[in-house]
Design a protein around this ligand. Structure first.
Ligand SMILES: *Cc1c(COP(=O)(O)O)cnc(C)c1O
Length: 389
């Protein structure tokens, strides 16, 4: 693999091999299960680069290698969804009788996975306050195998002190897993900061166009063998079509993130000035409780933020979102378009208490002109005020 000094150049050049594809710049979509061998002997000896579609394929390999370079990882695997990347990372290093620590602000399907699958597999789980940092040491047990982090949390945007957590973890031979979907390695170089298994829901910023579902896990030296073996044994495979969309998305990751950052900052600052808004959660704002940590560890901020309305009726909060014309109401994020949803963190917490009376609104700020987004939100607040109660 060729080495690149600067990340923008890496994004534009990684895995581009025209000499392998009749001069075509992009790796074609290789759909396929069977790979033919010329002789029985060559099959027996496994003497060719590709031997079976599930194990390796030029399309999946192009993305894997590009991401591995981007992450500075020992190795990267692809999973059929972001959630399957999360569960693959966990199950690759935690088994029956082991203890797993999970941040309380975690993407909520992980909580469900632990309760409904992890428990059946004999995995002991403890949730912890995501702002605890080095205080994680008090939660360690003799059987603690891994600490699962998400920074910032994708609903409430707390930043975790990952280097402090990694230091404690490694002193006790424990692995650190992080869901790096929000920052991506461009804004949060997780492996450099001590993470062993770095997950991305590639569905979000890597694909970047809301047209495919995909997950990735990248590993440090100490976690790679377990991850590789588990991924292989589970038979996990990502569709070459989706992989090709992800590779195309990855080429423009840097320029898209830069614009998401700029637009989201503009909208977040405007939201802070609104009388209808109780609090805005966006780590790039000076008012964010872990702004200093964000400044220390992150190189930028992406397009996902949340705010809390002043106490109001449900109808007022609904009217605010229902009246928006440039924001769709929907799950997911990371595409070119703006999205909005109302979420309640209360039922998906157990170690910390969510005590805000207003409604939590999560926004994904897309690539539109931010003044148009602000105008749209402004008319939404007018509707909100009418029904506020
Ligand atoms: C969306 C998301 C996932 C899951 O990704 P899917 O591709 O939808 O399975 C995991 N973690 C975070 C933080 C997410 O936002």
């Amino acid at each position: 693999m060729k080495k690149y000094k600067n990340v923008q150049t890496l994004l534009a050049h990684a895995s581009i091999e025209p000499d392998q594809h009749h001069g075509f710049v992009n790796t074609p979509v290789y759909r396929g299960s069977t790979v033919a061998f010329p002789t029985c002997e060559s099959m027996r000896e496994g003497r060719q680069k590709y031997t079976y579609g599930r194990w390796n394929n030029p399309s999946t390999e192009a993305l894997t290698q590009a991401l591995q370079q981007l992450e500075g990882a020992e190795g990267t695997v692809l999973c059929p969804s972001g959630l399957s990347a999360c569960t693959t990372a966990i199950l690759s290093v935690v088994g029956a009788g082991d203890h797993l620590l999970i941040a309380d602000n975690v993407y909520s399907p992980i909580r469900a996975f632990c309760e409904q699958v992890g428990q059946r597999f004999g995995i002991e789980v403890t949730f912890y306050d995501p702002t605890i940092g080095a205080g994680i040491v008090d939660f360690l047990k003799p059987n603690t195998k891994a600490i699962y982090t998400e920074s910032p949390g994708s609903l409430t945007l707390e930043i975790q002190d990952i280097p402090a957590i990694a230091k404690v973890a490694h002193e006790h031979d424990i692995l650190v897993i992080t869901d790096n979907t929000w920052g991506t390695p461009l804004y949060f170089p997780s492996l450099e900061l001590g993470v062993d298994l770095s997950i991305m829901a590639a569905t979000k910023y890597i694909v970047g166009h809301s047209d495919a579902v995909l997950g990735t896990v990248s590993a440090s030296k100490r976690a790679w063998d377990s991850l590789k073996r588990f991924h292989f044994n589970m038979g996990l495979f990502a569709s070459p079509d989706d992989v090709t969309l992800a590779l195309r998305g990855m080429r423009t990751l840097d320029v898209r993130l830069e614009r998401h950052y700029k637009n989201a900052t503009t909208v977040a600052k405007w939201l802070e000035t609104r009388e209808e808004v109780e609090a805005v959660y966006y780590p790039a704002l000076e008012s964010h409780p872990q702004h200093q940590l964000w400044k220390r560890d992150f190189k930028g901020a992406s397009g996902l933020l949340s705010f809390v309305t002043k106490p109001s009726t449900q109808a007022a909060a609904d009217a605010l979102l229902d009246s928006l014309s440039l924001f769709s109401i929907g799950y997911s994020w990371g595409g070119f378009e703006s999205l909005a949803m109302i979420a309640d963190p209360k039922p998906v917490r157990s170690a910390t208490f969510w005590e805000i009376d207003g409604h939590l609104v999560r926004l994904h700020i897309g690539l539109e002109d931010p003044s148009d987004l602000i105008e749209d939100l402004e008319q939404g607040f007018a509707k909100f005020n009418k029904l506020r109660g």
